[in-house]
Design a protein around this ligand. Structure first.
Ligand SMILES: NC(=O)c1ccc[n+]([C@@H]2O[C@H](COP(=O)([O-])OP(=O)(O)OC[C@H]3O[C@@H](n4cnc5c(N)ncnc54)[C@H](O)[C@@H]3O)[C@@H](O)[C@H]2O)c1
Ligand SMILES: [Zn+2]
Ligand SMILES: [Zn+2]
Length: 370
């Protein structure tokens, strides 16, 4: 069938919004009518050529929609179900899936890097030429095909824009705090970079009753949003030395947990320097492929410091998405405040500009009507 989609052909050139073809779902797959899709910085790394991906590709990895049709042997969802789309497709059988770490699924990583469905083939094309998938969802498209293991059903009356941002930014930020770092109540926390992901980490730290939540950014607008979402202090890193400021706010000790949600290794090093003895520094931001982190080995050793990555919020998505739904509904996760703007699919290039200009916390593309 035909679908209108946002296709990236060449890094640093405008994304083309055009009609392409999408094939029917095969065994274990579903056809989704996409309603909402969030604009995350991870795609922008690809658009700017900082991160490799097979091209041309239908972009979009944070989305929600309605199951339109299913291929043979699908049991997890049925037509009419409302679903969150995941950008990892747990195979359920590899070492990492089997030991409760599906965000690290080996099979999913392979298909994600290859730009294919889990079976190694492709459903999008234009004039007979293949167009790759982008890490699974490819949800900047009116219709997409995705494996059933990458779908999590949600209640039919749940707001689609909120469901969409749960699919990446929210679970990544909240999950980094709750799943990856397992921050205990009363801890002190700093979050470097409070865009969509960092603000979600602030909300996660609030959720686990951190005693101090210090938001660090260069953009005062982002710092205001961080305060509105539960930060206790802000540090504008364009005006001062953020490490010094955090040490001052924590009686010279540093924070128990520091999160980096930008993708700059220099800031990961700052986060490490702002962490207390026995503390943990968590890298959420997506670094360039060639980047290296330097930390003082003697301090790492003598102060029992931990430096770790957090990928997709270390999510166990079939548990975490329903848990986020309940938290939102009980008013404990004010995700509406994260959505600054809505755009039609045709204006994706403008949405990218606004994200890079720091004008939005998160924006959402309204892809199809209900
Ligand atoms: N770990 C994962 O699985 C995962 C998932 C999603 C996104 N990401 C990555 O997380 C990062 C953040 O994504 P996002 O969508 O929130 O982006 P964003 O653009 O919304 O937020 C980035 C924020 O960092 C701030 N910033 C930039 N340089 C800074 C500096 N030197 N010091 C302090 N603040 C600075 C910006 O002002 C902005 O507020 C990206 O690298 C993205 O690729 C990782
Ligand atoms: Zn993302
Ligand atoms: Zn697996």
């Amino acid at each position: 069938m035909r679908t209108k989609a946002a296709v990236l052909y060449t890094p640093n050139e405008p994304i083309v919004i055009e009609e392409i073809d999408v094939a029917s779902p095969r065994r274990g797959e579903a056809l989704i009518r996409v309603l909402s899709a969030g604009v995350c910085h991870s795609e922008v790394h690809v658009i700017r050529g900082r991160r490799p991906a097979p091209l041309p590709a239908v972009l979009g990895h944070e989305g929600a929609g309605i199951v339109e049709d299913v291929g043979p042997d699908v049991t997890a969802v049925k037509p009419g179900d409302h679903v969150v789309l995941l950008w990892r497709t747990p195979c359920g059988r590899c070492h990492f899936c089997a030991t409760g770490r599906p965000a690290l699924c080996e099979e999913s990583a392979k298909a994600g890097s290859a730009g294919t469905m889990p079976d190694g083939t492709i459903r999008f094309s234009k004039d007979g030429q293949p167009i790759y998938h982008f890490i699974g969802p490819s949800c900047f498209s009116q219709y997409t095909v995705i494996h059933e293991n990458a779908l999590v059903p949600i209640p039919n009356d749940f707001p689609m824009p909120v469901a969409a941002i749960m699919g990446c930014g929210v679970i990544t930020g909240v999950g980094a705090v709750v799943n990856s770092a397992k921050v205990p109540p009363g801890s002190t926390v700093a979050v470097f970079g409070v865009g969509g992901v960092g603000l979600s980490a602030v909300m996660g730290a609030n959720l686990v009753n951190a005693s101090q939540i210090i938001a660090v950014d260069l953009n005062p607008r982002k710092l205001d949003w961080a305060m509105a979402l539960g930060a206790s202090h802000t540090v504008n890193a364009s005006e001062c030395d953020s490490v010094k400021a955090i040490l001052e706010l924590t009686d010279g000790r540093g924070v128990d947990f520091a999160f980096e949600a930008i993708g700059q290794t220099a800031v990961v090093e700052q986060a490490f320097d702002a962490t207390a003895r026995g503390g943990m520094t968590v890298m959420i931001g997506s670094p360039r492929p060639e980047a290296q982190i330097r930390v003082p080995a003697r301090i790492m050793f003598g102060q029992e410091r931990v430096l770790r990555g957090s990928y997709y919020g270390s999510t166990r998505p079939y548990e975490d998405i329903p848990w986020l739904v309940r938290l939102y509904r009980s008013g404990r996760l004010p995700l509406d405040k994260l959505i600054s703007r809505h755009y039609p699919l045709d204006e994706y290039n403008e949405a990218v500009r606004a994200l890079e200009a720091g004008e939005v916390a998160r924006s959402v593309l309204d892809i199809m009507p209900m």
